[in-house]
Write a protein that binds this ligand. Structure first.
Ligand code: GRF
Length: 197
């Protein structure tokens, strides 16, 4: 399945996909394109190192949401992309994009949805909120993206223990290592296997 990975930042989840592919763990997934919403994102360097073509498409280069959505769909369709992974992609996607790839867009979120998700809940804010609430289990969720932020069908979740003395940074790191980087490649492979039959 020709897959595009949409990124905005460091791209550690992209790296987890690249590593899983290189280990032979995602036979049904082709990492065909990386799209960055941020010029110069470090994820672009990871793509280049892995030999994956990349494109930068920043929202501010387009007059409105509909124009941005159309441009992204064109970029993906020109490369016959069948499946989309949002891996730390921070730009809002509109109905135009979602409907073009409906049911084929996976998002990874660093909490056990429905906890600590929705508008404004991204990056370290998620882990700050979890620690402030005093939860003992954190985790990550892979779900299908729809028009609602962090809405859409839940595909897989993995829990991670919160430890005494955790800071948002240490919790974020544990959630990434123990949940996100494991769950995303595994779930993507399972779906692509199903879709390619
Ligand atoms: C991850 O925590 C991911 O769950 C969230 O944004 C972060 C992206 O990190 N959606 P990276 O760019 O993959 O390193």
């Amino acid at each position: 399945m020709r897959t595009a990975v949409l990124v905005s930042g460091g791209g550690t989840n992209l790296q987890a996909l690249i590593d899983a592919k290189e280990r032979g763990e995602m036979p049904h997934v082709g990492l065909s394109l990386v799209v960055s919403g941020t010029p110069g994102a470090y994820a672009l360097a990871r793509a280049a190192r892995a030999g994956i073509p990349s494109v930068t498409a920043a929202r501010r280069g387009y007059p409105d949401q509909a124009a941005y959505d159309r441009a992204l769909v064109e970029i993906l369709r020109a490369r016959d992309i069948e499946c989309v992974v949002l891996a730390g992609f921070l730009t809002i996607l509109g109905e135009g994009f979602i409907s073009a790839y409906r049911g084929r867009i996976l998002n990874i979120h660093p909490s056990l949805i429905p906890a600590f998700c929705g508008k404004g809940m991204y990056g370290l804010k998620v882990h700050e909120a979890a620690l402030a609430r005093g939860v003992k289990l954190a985790g990550a969720t892979v779900h299908l993206a729809d028009e609602t932020p962090d809405g859409g069908e839940i595909l897989a979740q993995k829990a991670v223990e919160v430890l005494d003395g955790d800071t948002p940074e240490t919790l974020q790191r544990r959630v990434m290592e123990q949940a996100e980087w494991v769950l995303l490649p595994r779930t993507l492979e399972q779906l692509c296997e199903r879709w390619s039959q």
